[in-house]
Design a binder for this molecule. Sequence first.
Ligand code: NAD
Length: 293
Amino acid sequence: MQLLDGKLLSENIKAEIAAEVDLIRERGGKMPHLAAVLVGENPASEVYVKSKIKSCEQVGFKSTLVRRPADIPEGELLDIVQRLNDDPDVDGFIVQLPLPKHMDEEKITLAIDHRKDVDGFHPINFGRMAQGMPAFLPATPYGIVEILRRYNIETSGKHCVVVGRSNIVGTPISILLSRKGYPGDCTVTLTHSRTQDLAAEVRRADIVVAAIGIPEFIKGDWVKPGAVVIDVGINRIPDATKKSGARLVGDVDFEEVAPKCSHITPVPGGVGLMTVTALLLNTLKACKKEIYP
Ligand code: NAD
């Protein structure tokens, strides 16, 4: 079994990005600039946004954090989105989800200029991705595709079973892996909470992508020997042996599954770090106007 090391890959990709930023600086070009909007005080969102800002600093991007309390009116957030849309110095920006309950996430996502939508959540980017046109890919699926590419995992003709059909992970990764080209050309089965005999579906997989949100849900006897396992889940479970009283686990039972598979992403240290790195890749593309010239 080989670990698919998201930490190592992220470091390599960040070094590549930093080298490009140095070149841009030497040529007197405009520095890539990512803005993040954080509404309220959701602890997980705080961690994610901090990590995104820190990653920007590591590669030499300019970053801006716009913070607002949870009780701001939706109209004020829409104004912030419009200002960022109009700001020529901002190449791309994200509005960290989830938003407070009184806000309509769909309305906010639609208000973001798709040319600055480095999270890849806007339907224009999603539609372009589905048709194989240049698009900002959603960060987590983009990170997964980079893991497969950089570890030279064979995907052509392989049977991939995706567990979970969310708009940000399961559905887009099922589209990307079924598309023509590498990494892709898979035969994809997209499974979800209404799937009958999920274990039997997963057993047929050469590649498993687990994006469910239930700790250690995929068991050892669900996985075909030699399968490639991509664990997207990030779940906090109680652990009295840790100082914090908790630890992170994925959606895959790592202890049971790791000995059976050919490759597996650890949690932490797998897909999560690659998600942040994919956001940097999208921001660089936005700055270079690669997707929308
Ligand atoms: P979601 O809650 O939006 O979707 C979960 C999906 O799992 C749903 O489509 C549902 O049909 C399916 N599901 C639920 N119970 C099931 C069951 N019993 N059997 C089969 N399918 C079932 O979740 P999401 O946003 O896609 O996130 C999934 C997990 O990935 C979470 O742990 C989340 O924290 C993590 N996540 C990680 C990253 C990262 O960067 N690594 C990014 C996004 C999400």
